[in-house]
Design a protein around this ligand. Structure first.
Ligand code: SAM
Ligand code: SF4
Length: 402
């Protein structure tokens, strides 16, 4: 029996000052004055169009992702949140995160984001090494990154994430460690530590920098950095996510626990459990901001609707849940896929025999070994004729994480 899980709201704001050469997110260099007002109107029309999918349900978290959401002046975030909370019930203490590029921080802005209801920030820092930042095409230097975080702290933000990447062009182990030390000095509650990946259709994929650390060096950096994060009090709870106690990102945890989310904005993905129909719907919006602006609120803004047939659910579930260090419970698997645990009995047995999963009572956790071979583990849960065999997992997951 499928039961409706917690519901989140993802809002995509698609513009950036400059496109970074490694980035394949739906982000577009904003030229001239950006249509902030029209875009907020479009978001609200988009939300209204999707509302019938979630009547009566409560929103547990909101995430403004991008692109660079902090390009939007606070009054637009305020207008959106006020209008959204008049249409949907927000849970008390609802986590509301805004992604922030340090190059867009301005004095006085953070107070106003807070007043609008934002209670968590996620800063795209990437590195504190100025030459590395230049090579990554970033619009900020390390001093500006530190200044932006301090401005936010002075405005009362005590819950914030820093994004760092590692295995960067020209980076040594000592440089990766220095980046972490400078991050710790700012006392974030959360750290995201991503290995640089060369994504298709990016400048870096077309012309890869010569001096990207090789697999051995990258693995070395990951191991050392994981140990440093643990020693500094940041417990790893997902492949790339680390948090102080009680400070995990609730929004992202909901994705990984196969929760529900509305996705509004250009290219945003949503996943909604339809209790009455005992079905799961994935819906995504068209990507291009200009076309989205014209179509939002109408069927033309829908990039696609996909019903997730029961045979595909185990793979989708594992793609998310096995990212979590703590794995999942078999009860949650049943509630969120509508399938009996027997449906994955064989695959679980094989994964356990390989030493990839540990099963204790109701709880299934990836082992150290399983976490190194995540793709092989997840593949065990593909159905015989599963069309996911040819799908790109990134598209199935379809969301931005901080
Ligand atoms: C959508 S970006 C949002 C942050 C904001 N736009 C910024 O860059 O300041 C989310 C994060 O994904 C990470 N990221 C983006 N592209 C990546 C890549 N090719 N490899 C690894 N991490 C990447 C970066 O750490 C980035 O901060
Ligand atoms: S990494 Fe962030 S700032 Fe750079 S292009 Fe991507 S979304 Fe924009």
């Amino acid at each position: 029996m499928l039961t409706t899980p917690p519901l989140s709201l993802y809002v995509h704001l698609p513009w950036c000052v400059r496109k970074c050469p490694y980035c394949d997110f739906n982000s577009h260099e904003g030229r001239g004055a950006l249509p902030f007002d029209a875009y907020v109107d479009a978001l609200l029309a988009d939300l209204d169009f999707d509302l019938p999918l979630v009547w009566g349900r409560t929103i547990h978290s909101v995430f403004f992702g991008g692109g660079t959401p902090s390009l939007f002046p606070p009054e637009f975030i305020d207008r959106f949140l006020q209008a959204a909370s008049s249409r949907l019930r927000f849970a008390p203490g609802c986590e509301i995160t805004l992604e922030t590029n340090p190059g867009t921080a301005e004095h006085g802005r953070f107070e106003l984001y807070r007043a609008a209801g934002v209670n968590r920030l996620s800063f795209g820092i990437q590195s504190f090494d100025d030459e590395t930042l230049r090579r990554l095409g970033r619009i900020h230097d390390s001093g500006e990154a530190e200044a932006a975080v301090k401005l936010a702290q002075d405005a009362g933000f005590d819950n914030f994430n820093l994004d760092l990447m590692y295995a960067l062009p020209g980076q040594t182990l000592a440089m990766a460690e220095r980046d972490l030390e400078r991050a710790f000095a700012l006392q974030p509650t959360h750290m995201s530590h991503y290995q640089l990946t060369l994504e298709p259709n990016t400048v870096f994929a077309a012309r890869p920098p010569r001096d990207i650390p090789d697999d051995d060096a990258s693995w070395d950096m990951q191991e050392h950095c994981q140990a440093m994060l643990a020693a500094a009090g940041y417990a790893q709870y997902e492949v790339s996510a680390y948090a102080r106690p009680g400070r995990q990102c609730l929004h992202n945890v909901n994705y990984w626990q196969y929760g529900d989310y509305l996705g509004i904005g250009a290219g945003a993905h949503g996943k909604i459990t339809l209790g009455a129909e005992q079905d799961i719907l994935r819906r995504w919006k068209i990507k291009h901001p200009t076309r989205y602006l014209a179509a939002a609120g109408h069927a033309e803004a829908i990039g696609g609707d996909d019903r997730i047939a029961p045979a595909r659910r185990p793979f989708e579930y594992m793609l998310n849940a096995l990212r979590l260090v703590d794995g999942f419970s078999l009860d949650a698997f049943e509630a969120r896929t509508g399938l009996p645990r027997a449906a994955i009995g064989d695959a679980l047995g094989q994964a356990q025999a390989q030493g990839w999963l540990a099963i204790e009572g109701d709880r299934v956790r990836p082992t150290e070994l399983g976490r190194r071979f995540t793709n092989d583990v997840i593949e065990l849960f593909l159905g015989e004729d599963d069309e996911n065999r040819v799908a790109v997992p990134h598209e199935v997951a379809g969301y931005t994480v901080d």
